[in-house]
Design a protein. Structure first.
Length: 188
């Protein structure tokens, strides 16, 4: 797949088949992730691969409850509140795999480094015919002591990117993009 096509056609995938993703495919995605740039080449990322359905179901319930307690009452959050209140809404869309990218150190560029690894991983998933979606709604819970305990993550780790992976059940619809705001600072 041509790189620019991959960048333009990757979509957040929210509907998956029940087919699992084998370890070799997951290792390939992680290999793509670790080739991301990182500040002073620190490579602070760690990868926690959750393929246990019961764990994912439990994490969905707990993270939804946590988010409901913490989101604001402002009208802008109404859509999320409705989703989180829906008992049938699965935070991970029943995807077979959740790949959590965390930083082992709370260092200055941890967020940037892990986000770049996440983008590499999502593009590699797309290039391999897999779907992915960053689940920000799980991120805050995974940074609490209870959330970390659920996945046995060390307490000092910072979770940046919870990414679901699976086989898309169909092609996700295109999403719109705003026009880029560009300022050219050219010589006179
Ligand atoms: C930081 C971040 C957090 C996100 N959190 C969620 C989420 O919790 N649930 C979800 O369904 N999609 C989530 N998404 C996916 C976005 O909604 C999606 O990328 C956006 O709508 C654009 O669609 P596209 O990725 O198909 O171009 C998140 C994306 C990012 C980058």
């Amino acid at each position: 797949m041509e790189l620019f096509d991959a960048i333009k056609n990757r979509r957040a995938v929210r509907e998956y088949t029940t087919e699992n993703v084998d370890k070799e495919s997951i290792r390939k995605l992680i290999d793509a992730a670790i080739h991301a740039p990182s500040a002073v080449n620190n490579q602070p990322w760690t990868f926690t691969v959750v393929r246990d359905k019961e764990k994912l179901d439990e994490l969905s319930v707990q993270a939804k409850a946590y988010m409901l307690r913490s989101i604001s009452d402002d009208p802008g959050a109404a859509h999320f509140r409705k989703q989180l209140e829906d008992r049938d809404f699965h935070l991970f869309y029943h995807a077979p795999v959740l790949l959590v990218i965390s930083s082992a150190e709370m260092e200055k560029w941890a967020n940037e480094d892990c986000a770049l690894a996440a983008q590499n991983m999502m593009l590699a998933a797309h290039g391999s015919g897999l779907g992915s979606c960053w689940i920000g709604l799980a991120q805050h819970y995974l940074n609490t002591a209870a959330g970390k305990a659920l996945l046995n993550l060390p307490i000092e780790w910072l979770t940046v990117a919870p990414i679901i992976i699976g086989h898309p059940s169909h092609k996700a619809s295109a999403t719109s993009r705003k026009d880029a705001v560009i300022y050219w600072i050219d010589p006179n």
